[in-house]
Design a protein around this ligand. Structure first.
Ligand code: NAI
Length: 348
């Protein structure tokens, strides 16, 4: 069904608040989730509310975190999220990073000890909306084999980037795995085969059977594997947090904080070039990419992230697609209906 952005925001915020988060924090969590659904990134939207609500109500997300922000140099800082909602810590720390980049040209802000923060495009777009380049990376729970391996080591460790054009921002945001776990679940539900490039079985062999999957694989083999490693070092090792296979699991224990890390980098174009020209050239890049002759089977070349931008604009007018079952849960009085506690990340 279609739901307006405003209504979806209210429903999610109410549920997260009812689970125990303050109204202010619940509003921010809701903002990030609605942003994802509006962009068509449904894997990181309302579908996650029930899991968050259970974790909040069981104490695995700190309801009254003591956030601290420590400047460690003119362009560097560490934000400690005290295992509160990751969305809130990631948003507030990006606000600080933007202020620092306004003053000093660049900012690198480590965000320590947070919960899952959702779709990273939200945070990098805070920077591009302020006229800056935003980059953000974060850890996620180990579900991926290192290139050549038969056991999981890294998470789906996403990378997001956004830069301001004259009117629209250009935003690219991806997990470093070929496919999200949600796509394997989708194939299971349809009893369909998956391409042999998505995932491996327990022996590390590529598999087309979604029920045999025990790990996802990095994008572009050793190159995606290298990017995953880079993300984990920047958002884990650098911040003195658990890294690699030691990163906590999303579902393992919903009573404990996740201790995850994220890193924001903000670059102020005014410290490198004429910022008006910069925006103009970003718009030129977008237009020139759209004008590239399409290959057979393609209508048009889109600039990276253009599909999400178009969906976001449509959502403003037509509302957001929400699965009926999720809507029914959101309007119910239950904090959560099905439990995620101790679920295997590879379970259906
Ligand atoms: P995806 O594979 O759907 O898209 C990746 C990027 O490619 C997007 O920027 C998309 O707009 C762009 N794109 C796709 N098709 C395109 C086309 N034809 N032309 C131009 N651009 C195109 O995204 P993915 O990898 O499934 O990630 C989804 C979300 O999951 C992201 O928001 C990411 O931040 C989030 N995520 C969050 C994690 C966390 O722990 N917080 C972990 C992993 C992912």
């Amino acid at each position: 069904m279609k739901v307006s952005k405003e209504k979806l925001h209210q429903l999610i915020a109410n549920k997260i608040h009812a689970a125990g988060l303050s109204k202010d924090h619940a509003d921010i969590v809701s903002d990030v989730l609605v942003h994802a659904d509006a962009k068509g990134i449904h894997s990181h939207g309302a579908v996650r509310v029930e899991y968050y609500a259970e974790r909040i109500s069981k104490g695995g997300t700190n309801n009254s975190p003591n956030f601290t922000f420590e400047k460690t140099g003119p362009c560097s800082a560490v934000f400690d999220g005290d295992n509160g909602a990751g969305h809130v810590a990631a948003k507030l720390s990006m606000d600080e990073a933007i202020k620092m980049a306004e003053e000093n040209g660049i900012a690198v802000v480590g965000v320590r000890r947070i919960g899952h923060s959702g779709s990273l495009s939200y945070f990098v777009q805070q920077a591009s909306s302020a006229g800056m380049i935003g980059i953000s990376v974060c850890q996620s729970d180990p579900m991926v084999v290192p290139y050549g391996g038969a056991e999981t080591y890294y998470g789906t460790n996403p990378i997001a980037f956004s830069a301001p054009g004259e009117t629209d921002n250009i935003t690219f945001d991806m997990a470093t795995t070929v496919q999200a776990w949600g796509k394997v679940l989708d194939a299971r539900s349809k009893n369909a085969k998956i391409p042999d490039t998505w995932a491996v079985d327990k022996d590390g062999n590529p598999t087309t059977d979604p029920f045999a999957v025990t790990a996802l694989v990095p994008i572009a083999g050793p190159k995606g594997y290298g990017l995953m490693m880079m993300v984990d070092i920047l958002s884990g090792v650098l911040l003195g947090l658990p890294f690699g296979k030691h990163v906590s699991s999303m579902y393992h224990d919903l009573t404990q904080g996740r201790e995850l890390g994220q890193l924001h980098i903000v670059i102020n174009p005014a410290y490198f070039t004429d910022p008006v020209m910069f925006r103009k050239h970003i718009t030129q890049v977008m237009n020139e990419l759209n004008a590239v002759k399409p290959a057979p089977g393609f209508d048009k070349v889109q600039f990276p992230g253009q599909n999400s931008l178009a969906r976001e604009k449509q959502s403003e007018v037509n509302g957001i697609d929400i699965v009926d079952e999720i809507y029914d849960y959101l309007v119910s009085d239950d904090i959560y209906q099905k439990s995620y506690d101790n679920k295997s990340p590879f379970a259906s």
